[in-house]
Write a protein that binds this ligand. Structure first.
Ligand code: ZN
Length: 273
């Protein structure tokens, strides 16, 4: 609506969308920052509920000004304010990644319950990937929380094709063949080929993707994992099992494009025949 005297060039809906996207990005940065801290505390055996955030090197408690996502890192030029020790660029990069995930979901699905549902999943995948990278373990709470998120939205806001039964079929269609394959590989190789945490995560991702997109996700995750395995410093974080390889981040990264564009890709692909 244009009031007399107002500029006809000003599009309120476009401005509002831009504003909401900006808020989504800020929310993504805040959750990215929280996720960094949560993962760090899990890996280092500290409770997330107790104690203030502190510098990992000198232990000095961090003030509110040190905890502004991205801005603090840039302002302090990547160093601790108290001891001057370098802060890994991993933290601001991870925060930015979390913001990108949130914004991409909002752009694709709008400001809808679906975006909220997938942002919660994305956040859980984000934190479990950070933990898996550092410790080669995916704590059970992450697949459990992701499954609870799926169940809550399926029960209280059921959309066609996203009911509990659909999810269960999707999860099992990924989990069962993979379990058989892993058991076979374990026998042939004489060692654990894929961790139990990866299998549980695969089941939970199947809840969200269904069978067809789940297969897409698995193929993509293996490609990402292959590239990832060639990078230096990924293996050997687990002293008891130096050959252990964190597959969680590859699964999480593969889930991103599959959940965004998997449906569109399937429609296009099936249209070829
Ligand atoms: Zn410090």
């Amino acid at each position: 609506m244009n009031f007399p005297g107002s500029s006809p060039m000003f599009d309120l809906s476009a401005a509002l969308t831009a504003y909401l996207l900006f808020l989504t990005a800020v929310l993504g940065l805040v959750f990215g920052s929280f996720g960094n801290a949560w993962a760090w505390r899990i890996v280092n055996g500290e409770s997330v509920a107790k104690g203030r955030s502190h510098c990992a090197t000198c232990g000095h408690p961090l003030s509110a000004a040190d905890l502004v996502p991205l801005a603090s890192f840039l302002f302090l030029r990547g160093r601790c304010r108290y001891c001057g020790e370098k802060i890994s660029p991993r933290y601001p990069l991870a925060e930015t990644l979390c913001a990108l995930v949130f914004v991409s979901l909002a752009l694709r699905f709008g400001f809808t319950p679906e975006t909220l549902r997938l942002c919660i999943l994305g956040f859980l995948l984000f934190v479990l990937s950070l933990v898996d990278l550092d410790s080669c373990v995916i704590p059970n709470r992450f697949p459990l929380l992701a499954a609870a998120n799926f169940a809550a939205f399926a029960l209280f806001g059921a959309q066609p094709g996203k009911t509990l039964l659909h999810g269960l079929i999707g999860g099992l269609s990924l989990f069962v063949p993979m379990l058989a394959l892993v058991m076979l590989a374990d026998r042939v190789l004489g060692r654990e080929s894929m961790g139990g945490g990866d299998l549980k995560l695969l089941f939970v991702l199947g809840l969200y993707t269904g069978a067809a997109r789940g297969l897409m996700l698995l193929i993509l995750a293996c490609c990402i994992g292959l590239v990832f395995a060639l990078l230096p410093g990924v293996r050997g974080k687990d002293a008891e099992n130096p050959r252990a390889f964190p597959f969680g981040p590859s699964l999480a990264l593969a889930a991103w494009p599959v959940l965004l564009f998997g449906d569109a890709f399937l429609t296009w692909y099936l249209g070829l025949f």
